[in-house]
Write a protein that binds this ligand. Structure first.
Ligand SMILES: Nc1nc2c(c(=O)[nH]1)N[C@H]1C(S)=C(S)[C@@H](COP(=O)(O)O)O[C@H]1N2
Ligand SMILES: [Mo]
Length: 508
């Protein structure tokens, strides 16, 4: 026989807590479902609000501890806090008073406040979103309470409560899921049709050497879907390419604006595969990719505005409040682009639609996405991450990462990628050396021919190993002037991680 709930100390408290948590969760789920109607998940907006309002040292600490997972972690934290708070309220809520009405009023006030603080516009969609975010927890409160209201619980009460909790959750989640899909459909039709649209003039990216395509190896050119993303916000800012303009202004003789079509049809467009790596990437980490980008040299765009003699910085400003500065002297480099395309299409929203900066050889943080304004300045500008303690120049530290391993009979092959922001253009990495004996001896790997001047080099190294299945592999790159990549391990902050990548592989 199972004990009655009444015999379990705190059984009622637990059920009340569960009831309250379910209501909090229903509210969060309602907000998530309504997200497409109000331009995003309300909980994400709370998390963003916390980041924006918290002092720089705190957000920096969070990023330091959690890397760029700080924001998703914060979102999860807000969800837990909401669910925990509603559980507590349910536990202390006086029996006998009308819980359903309280939930309706409470969720109405909370949702209204959230939308108001988030600057959501007054529209039919907002009203529908509000209804969903209120009905979801209210319905949960209406359908769950039977077992909670009674103080003298019995085993059947408890079972009834749990089976109700199950039924209501399943029915609720199914209907919320269906609503979410419906809302996404509705909004998709309104979203910018030019995101990810085929580019007319684009040529296909250079192909890699198939000999380097084996188990675990990345493609020579990363597809847009496979390219990592790192954002300060949880979602890309919605931008309408019809009304968007790129304004070039500040300390210039001839400020001007370009429309989206004018940018796409710019006569000096180029295509440029470029490796991008996030400054927060750990040695061997995944925040690295080589996109096939197209764009217009920044020098052409800024040059046409006739920058002042006294100009020092070119600042790119983005819709999400992000900014980055590069010294005016640097823009003479023809390879710094305002990119509008990735992989033969216009940019995907998450990679910066309609336009983003590309600064080859620098860390990704220099490459502002969702640009709407280029400002030439006569004073130094403090950029987003710089203000949070990261390196201003952000030149990529020479790196060699181990990626793949494969066995063919007695033969084992390991491989990976190498890259460095040495700013000399092509052929910056002269060699990659590999050790499979813990650093005792080093052998030179075979390098793939360079697919483009600013693209990583893939490498591979084969050796005979009939009697072993596990290998510790170490890799290090050699720069063009013979300098061996530093062995010293440093943290990503402030200037990017350094050190040799050491990892264990089990080739299959
Ligand atoms: N506007 C804006 N630009 C941004 C960021 C951002 O959060 N907002 N993140 C930067 C960082 S830290 C990196 S590593 C790259 C990542 O670009 P990707 O998401 O296209 O890979 O974008 C950079 N540009
Ligand atoms: Mo980054």
């Amino acid at each position: 026989m199972t004990p009655d709930a009444s015999e379990v100390p705190g059984g009622r408290t637990v059920r009340r807590g569960l009831f309250g948590a379910a209501i909090g969760f229903a509210w969060v789920a309602g907000l998530f479902v309504a997200g497409p109607l109000v331009g995003g998940f309300g909980v994400a907006a709370i998390a963003e609000g916390i980041i924006v309002r918290s002092p720089g040292w705190l957000s920096t600490l969070a990023v330091r501890l959690l890397g760029f997972a700080a924001i998703p972690t914060l979102v999860a934290g807000v969800v837990v806090a909401v669910v925990g708070a509603t559980a507590l309220v349910a536990i202390v809520w006086p029996s006998g008073s009308d819980g359903v009405a309280a939930v309706a009023v409470g969720s109405l006030v909370a949702t209204g406040t959230l939308f108001f603080a988030g600057g959501v516009e007054i529209a039919v969609g907002t009203f529908v979103a509000l209804v969903v975010a209120v009905v979801s927890p209210t319905a949960a409160a209406r359908w769950l309470p039977a077992a909670v209201a009674t103080d003298d619980s019995t085993g059947s009460d408890r079972r009834q409560f749990l089976s109700r909790l199950g039924t209501v959750s399943v029915l609720g989640l199914v209907s919320l899921g269906a609503l979410r899909i419906l809302f996404e459909r509705l909004v998709e039709d309104r979203s910018d049709v030019r995101v990810g649209e085929p580019l007319e003039s684009s040529v296909s990216p250079p192909g890699g050497d198939p000999a380097f395509d084996f188990e675990g190896m990345p493609a020579a050119i990363t597809s847009p879907d496979a390219h990592y993303t790192v954002d300060i916000d949880v979602r890309p800012p919605p931008i309408d390419s019809e009304t968007w303009t790129l304004d070039i202004e500040g300390a210039v003789g001839e400020p001007y604006s370009l429309s989206y079509d004018e940018l796409l049809e710019h006569g000096e467009s180029v295509e440029q595969p470029t490796t991008m790596v996030c400054i927060s990437n750990q040695v061997g980490g995944d925040l690295i990719g080589t996109g096939h980008w197209s764009g217009v040299p920044l020098s052409a765009l800024v040059g046409a505005a006739e920058p002042a003699e006294t100009a020092v910085d070119v600042v790119t400003h983005a819709e999400d409040g992000y900014s980055e500065a590069i010294p005016i002297g640097l823009i003479e480099r023809e390879d710094i682009l305002i990119a509008y395309g990735l992989g033969e299409r216009t940019l995907p929203a998450e990679h910066g639609f309609p336009a983003r900066l590309l600064v080859p050889g620098r860390y990704g943080m220099k490459m502002t996405k969702w640009i709407d304004r280029i400002e030439v300045r006569t004073e130094d500008h403090e950029a987003y991450w710089e203000a949070r303690g990261w390196d201003e120049e952000a030149v990529v530290n020479t790196l060699a990462y181990v990626r793949g391993a494969e066995r063919d009979g007695d033969r084992v092959r390991v491989g990976g990628v190498a890259f460095g922001g040495l700013e000399t253009g092509a052929e910056e990495i002269a060699a990659v050396e590999v050790s499979v004996d813990g650093g005792e001896t080093w052998q030179e790997a075979e390098l793939e021919r360079q697919v483009a001047p600013h693209a990583w080099r893939r490498w591979r190294y084969g050796f005979d190993a009939p009697d072993r299945s596990e290998f510790e592999v170490l890799a290090r790159a050699i720069e063009r002037d013979g300098t061996v990549q530093t062995e010293e391990r440093t943290d990503p902050r402030p200037g990017g991680s350094t050190g040799w990548h050491r990892t264990t592989v089990r080739p299959g």
